[in-house]
Design a protein around this ligand. Structure first.
Ligand code: NAD
Length: 264
């Protein structure tokens, strides 16, 4: 095939359905000739992910729950057997107890803090380490973060703290793997209506607020995110690593609404 990603093979982790950010990214990559493998969390999602993968010409669909390190190891053993090497990795995985994605951050429990950190932050480090072994000639890795990592977003709470850790890991991993010509970046996406997004209390308010106040006066689509992911994962971004790249219709640059647009 031809295209920007012709001859490149990559793993997509985090498709749950056709609203998933990972799905928007997968579509953009496949349209440019990438060969894709997918992981899904549990068999109920497997039933949804397999037909989606098939649409993009992929039959390499593997179960993986990042809480279970044996299932992570099995994915990379399988990739090594089928492909021998890997050119890129997309990590679009996060979890927190939705009872703690409302109210105060101060009330976060030890149990959910630990679980949120493991699944939403440290899993990228564990997956990156295994992917890097399959990238002897270099590669590109991407994870997904949110503006709540650096500024307080109502209800985002412990997930904001985990995203801060994730963004810091992007920088440390970029430094660790740079000499191997592996680039590591994150996309900080604006709010998107997904399963994970729906777990945050008052998601609709946040969505509408950003629509009204972002410079582009809209929220972003998974196709917007796919386009930027394609750039970061392709050779077009060959000089970029350790970066947190906003795909948020410009919302992060705004400090307050323009008085002419304010309701009161
Ligand atoms: P989604 O629900 O479609 O995807 C989340 C994925 O995480 C699912 O596929 C789920 O199976 C997976 N996952 C959760 N726990 C897992 C585990 N233990 N092992 C393996 N997989 C697990 O939602 P999404 O919004 O597409 O989320 C993808 C990424 O984008 C997440 O990191 C999320 O924090 C981030 N993000 C989302 C938004 C948004 O508004 N939706 C904004 C910025 C960043």
């Amino acid at each position: 095939s031809n295209g920007l990603m012709a001859g490149k093979r990559g793993l997509i982790m985090g498709v749950a359905n056709d609203h998933s950010i990972a799905w928007g990214i997968a579509k953009a990559l496949a349209a440019q000739g990438a060969e894709l493998a997918f992981t899904h969390q549990g068999e109920s999602l497997g039933k949804r992910v397999r037909p989606l993968a098939e649409k993009l010409g992929s039959s390499l669909v593997l179960p993986c729950d990042v809480e279970d390190l044996a299932s992570v190891d099995a994915v990379f053993a399988s990739l090594q057997a089928h492909w021998t090497h890997l050119d890129f990795l997309v990590h679009a995985i996060a979890y927190s107890d939705r009872n703690e994605l409302k109210g105060r951050y101060a009330d976060t429990t030890r149990e959910n803090f630990t679980k949120t950190m493991l699944i939403s932050a440290f899993s990228f480090t564990e997956v990156a380490k295994r992917a890097a072994v399959l990238m002897p000639k270099g590669g590109s890795m991407l994870t997904l973060t949110f503006g709540g990592a650096t500024r307080v977003m109502p209800n985002y709470n412990v997930m904001g703290v985990a995203k801060a850790a994730l963004e810091a890991s992007v920088r440390y991993l970029a430094a660790d793997y740079g000499p191997q010509q592996i680039r590591v970046n994150a996309i900080s996406a604006g709010p998107v209506r997904t399963l994970a997004g729906a777990g945050i209390a008052d998601a609709r308010f946040m969505f509408n607020f950003e629509k009204k106040n972002a410079p582009l006066r809209r929220t972003v689509t998974i196709e917007d995110i796919g386009g930027s992911a394609l750039y970061l994962l392709s050779d077009l971004a060959s000089g970029t690593t350790g970066e947190v790249h906003f795909v948020d219709a410009g919302y992060n640059i705004i400090s307050m609404p323009h008085p002419q647009d304010a309701q009161e």
